[in-house]
Every structure is written in C-alpha cells, then in structure tokens.
Design a protein around this ligand. Structure first.
Ligand code: ATP
Ligand code: F6P
Ligand code: MG
Length: 539
C-alpha cells in the first residue's frame, strides 16, 4: 500500500501530525514537495512535522526545519539545515543522469550515489531523550545532475592568507571535474576576488595542475580586500561561468555568500561552492580546516629547536610565536603534541605578567626547577596590552581584519627586562618566529587526502545543482553546509572544554584565573615603557 503523502509547498506553512511506525521524508526539487514515506529510516514512532513554504524557507536562508513540536515526548527534534538548490529559483531546470553511472572506477562501488535522504548530524553525543538536533545534507555524488558536461564552464579562485594544501584542492577540483564529469572548460581566477574584474583568466587542465600539490602557496595567487559583489557577478555572467569554486577562510566565505545571493537575485544558473581554508582553524561547524595538521607538525620543528637551544644554556627562555589571529588552535595543538612546552598563551585566555600567579613568577619557578622554559605564544595573545600602550586600536588589513603587533618581540623584551633589571637574574633569551614558515609549505599526506575529498564533495554538490554551500567534514562525514551557517561565528578555543584542560594539565601552567585588574593596570603602565624603549632601540 502506498502511504506516501505529498503536499504542495506553495501554500503557507502546514502542520501535519502523523503516527506511522517510522517515516522518511524526501524533498523533490522538481515538484517542490516534501514526501513523507513509511520506511526503515527511523524518525521516531510518532512525530509532528512542519512543512515550510519554500518562499518562507528561502527567506530563512533555506533552512528546512522539520519535526519541531512543543510536546517533547512526541517530538524527535529533527532539524535539517539544508543548502539552496538551483531549482529553488529556476524551477524548470532540466536534470540529467550522473555520468558517474558509466564510470569504470565507480562501477564497483556498492552505493555510487548518496541518497538524498542521507544527512549528517551536527551533534553526535546525545542522551536517550534528547532531540535529534541539527543535520546537514550528506556530501557526495547524486544520481541526477543539473549540468550537461559540455555546458559547464567552471572557475576557481583562492582568497585570504596561505595554507598548506590549497594547491591540492585546486588540482583535485580540476582533475575531478575532468575525470568524473568530463568537464574541460575550467578557468583559474588570479589573485583573489579582485582577479575576477582586474585580471585575465588561466585555462586549467589536468596537465597544467598535475604537479602543483607538491608546492606550497597557491598556484592561482591570492589577495585580501577587493570584494565587489556586483563587479564579480557581472564578470561571472559576462564570461558565461556557471560553476564558481571559492577557496578561502571566514572572510572569503562571507564574500561567497554575497555572490550566491546576487546570482540568485539575477536568476542565473550558477552554482556557488565554498571550500573552507584557514590555517587558524577558525571556521565554525566543520571538524577541522585543511592544512591545520600540516601547520601543527611544522610548528613542532620550531618548538623543538627552541627546546634544544634553551636546554643547552643556563636560564634559557625560549619563546615561539605561532599564527592564530583570534583563535589559538595552532598554539594549543602544537603545545599538546610537543610536551616540551611549559606555557601556551592564546588570544582566548587573558594572561598577566606581574605578581602572584603571573607569567614572570611561573618562569622563575621553571628556571629554578629545570634551568630552562619554553613558551608558545599565539600571535593574537596579549594584543590588548600592546594596543593599550601604543594606542593603536583599530588598524585593519585590506579585508578588515585586525592588524596585529609583534607580541613575540614585546614579550621577549618584557621577560628580558624583568629578569635582568628587576630580578637581577640573567637569562638566555631565544626568540623564534616561524609564523609564515608553518603555512607556506605543501600539505602532508593526510591533509592531501582531506583536500582531495573536499574538492570531490564540492564538485559533486555543484554538479547536482546545489549552491550557496560550504563543504566540510562534520563529525568525520562530509556535508553540505549553508554558507551563512559557517560565517555566523568564528571557531575559537573554548576555555571551558576539556581540550584546554588537557593542555593546562600537561603544561601545569597558571590558568591566570586570578587576573587582577590592579596588577594589570600597573602592568600596562610598565608595558608602555617597554614598548617605548623597544621602539627607541628599534628592536
Ligand atoms: N564581510 C565580507 N563580505 C564580503 N567579502 C569579504 C568579507 N570579509 C572578507 N571578504 C573578502 O574575502 C577575501 C578574504 O578575506 P580575508 O582576508 O579576511 O581572509 P579569509 O578568507 O578570512 O582567510 P584567512 O583569514 O584564513 O586568511 C577578501 O578578498 C575580502 O575582501
Ligand atoms: O598574510 P598576512 O596578511 O600577513 O596575514 C597573516 C594572518 O593570516 C593568517 O595566517 C590567517 O590566514 C593569520 O594567522 C595571520 O594573522
Ligand atoms: Mg579569516
């Protein structure tokens, strides 16, 4: 018996109460309907489902919220944060069988195509009675595609800072478009967003990109600033581009969201796919950004060098400055991995220098105990001290990111002055600044594989007509995430999470919880003196 039930979503929001033993839902882009079918997929024994008018849904950034009810016992709280599809605004778009059906490589795969009903849970640690929570569409090849291979004109752009693995993503985008979907018209946009309207394009073929994964940097070059939505979309339209692959961090993804919205406003058949890239690992929702592991590994070399240096001298103080503008993930992971670090300072955790429980006291203890100390400093840590001292608040780069002052030099000078002038205890300062070295290298093996999967997922999504999405692993499964969802907030180290506690337990450093504003005020005045001294002696 066919128990399927479909409802036209052009009507206002419906509420249906169902009591099938189990149901599954499927959204048809063609008919704009949500089908609810009895099936083995377990949505719960009884559930209440809200069907949302697609127009309303679009206004809500394409969030299809299902199964929400005030009655906790009847409600399994399933929410699908779905990504937009080209048919949302081009309802008559034709679909075609996915060419992968004929692929020799994929012929052996048990389930070549991802079911449209496959979703990835954002939260996997749940209690028996907790709501099922937010889910994302699972990434992967879809049975139907919305582009004919010959009609595709794709482009790739890279924006923001460097990160190990960008070239691997570029390579795999080109190679997978070509080998899986027979696409051979792929353009490289040079020098970031502004390259759309100020530079000629490059023709990207598998041959051209064959070796680029072995190099650091970005084959397409990059830039900050220069995002002009109208000029970019005009250019996309003028060049007949219909798939845009955008590799970049949180700023880039915000720019990608604007491009997608403008494309939709103009009613263009253009799929916009974001691939998250950031060395800082500050992109929300996804497990981890590509290149992060490579960077942490490289950071180990600097920490190791600092440790070797300070271990070999008397009262050796090693300071290693690592990247991390607003998020201290690199510093935290490098510290946890190394075991040679005595103290890790990150932007999320305020610290102070003077007095009881302060950094100077801690350094003194460690020097007396071990004869040496290694400090890892994320570049964003303690910036407020330098800003306050130099009155430099508000300086920004071309993209609007805060411009950081050199906290490594500042801290080295501060520590040196304290121990020589105040403590009368000469120290051997070894300051290592490997900041750019950890991101300018090619990606390691596991990041290379990660980059390959990201590129494949992006290509499958765009070919299947999804747009306005960012791709990335959520609890280890690749998913399509609405771009707006990843740009809502930055990912930062949570001091209340166990990972930070693990770090505190491993270094035994002060937690700086007894942060005293009086001491801080005193400290600020002294910092100002040191900074001025530093400036005058041009260190
Ligand atoms: N809010 C925004 N709206 C539109 N475009 C933006 C926005 N923020 C940044 N961009 C654009 O995105 C590009 C990259 O941004 P940004 O320099 O902040 O780097 P990112 O992508 O965050 O990468 P990372 O921080 O890892 O270096 C720039 O061209 C910038 O103009
Ligand atoms: O390349 P730039 O503009 O010097 O930017 C450096 C910044 O970029 C990042 O590496 C992020 O990409 C930050 O960690 C760092 O502060
Ligand atoms: Mg950024």
């Amino acid at each position: 018996m066919d128990l399927s039930l479909s409802s036209s979503l052009s009507k206002p929001c419906h509420t249906l109460s169902l009591s099938f033993s189990s149901i599954s839902s499927s959204f048809s882009h063609k008919t704009n309907s949500l089908q609810l079918l009895p099936s083995s997929s377990n949505l719960g024994s009884k559930c209440r489902i809200f069907l949302i008018n697609p127009l309303l849904s679009r206004q809500k950034d394409h969030k299809i919220r299902a199964a929400q009810s005030s009655n906790q016992t009847d409600d399994d709280g399933f929410v699908l944060e779905d990504v937009p599809h080209l048919t949302n605004f081009l309802p008559n778009l034709q679909s075609y069988p996915n060419p992968l059906q004929k692929s020799q490589a994929y012929a052996i795969v048990k389930q070549t195509f991802v079911s449209p009903e496959d979703v990835v849970a954002q939260k996997i640690v749940v209690q028996k009675d907790s709501p099922r929570g937010v889910h994302f569409r699972r990434a992967g090849p879809q049975e139907k595609v919305y582009f004919k291979s010959d009609d595709v004109r794709a482009c790739i752009v890279t924006c923001g800072g460097l990160c190990p693995g960008i070239n691997t993503v570029i390579r795999e985008l080109v190679c997978s478009l070509n080998s899986m979907y027979d696409v051979d018209d792929i353009l490289g946009i040079e020098g970031g967003y502004r390259g759309f309207y100020s530079k000629n394009t490059l023709n990207l073929t598998p041959k051209v990109v064959n070796d680029i994964h072995k190099r650091g940097g970005t084959f397409l070059r990059t830039s900050r600033g220069g995002h002009d939505t109208n000029k970019i979309v005009d250019n996309i339209q003028d060049r007949g581009i219909n798939q845009v692959y955008i590799i970049g961090g949180d700023g880039t993804q915000k720019g990608a969201a604007l491009i997608y919205k403008e494309v939709e406003r103009r009613g263009l058949q253009v799929a916009v796919a974001g691939i998250p890239k950031t060395i800082d690992n500050d992109i929300a929702v996804i497990d981890k950004s590509f290149g992060f592991d490579t960077a942490v590994e490289e950071a180990q070399r600097a920490i190791n060098a600092a440790h070797v240096e300070v271990e070999s001298v008397e009262n050796g103080v090693g300071i290693v400055k690592l990247m991390g503008r607003y998020s201290g993930f690199i510093a935290m992971y490098a510290t946890l991995a190394s075991r040679d670090v005595d103290c890790c300072l990150i932007p999320e955790s305020p610290f102070y220098l003077e007095g009881q429980g302060g950094l100077f006291e801690f350094i003194e203890h460690r020097l007396k105990e071990n004869g040496h100390v290694v400090i890892v400093l994320a570049e964003g840590a303690g910036q407020e001290y330098i800003d306050a001292a130099l009155h430099t608040v508000g300086e920004k780069d071309a993209s609007g990111n805060r411009l950081l002052l050199d906290n490594g030099l500042w801290l080295s000078q501060k520590v040196k002055d304290h121990f020589t002038k105040v403590q009368k205890m000469p120290i051997n300062m070894k300051y290592i600044d490997p900041t750019y070295m950890i991101r300018a290298i090619p990606s390691n093996a596991s990041d290379n594989i990660y980059c390959t999967l990201l590129a494949h997922s992006a290509v499958h999504g765009a070919m299947a007509g999804y747009t306005g999405f960012t791709v990335g692993p959520v609890n280890s499964r690749h998913a399509y995430i609405p771009i707006s969802h990843v740009t809502e907030a930055q990912n930062t180290v949570k001091l209340t999470d166990r990972m930070w506690a693990r770090l505190l337990a491993s270094t035994n450093q002060p937690s700086f919880l007894s942060y005293d504003p009086v001491i801080r005020e005193k400290s600020d005045r002294e910092i100002l003196e040191v900074i001025n001294d530093t400036k005058n002696s041009s260190i």
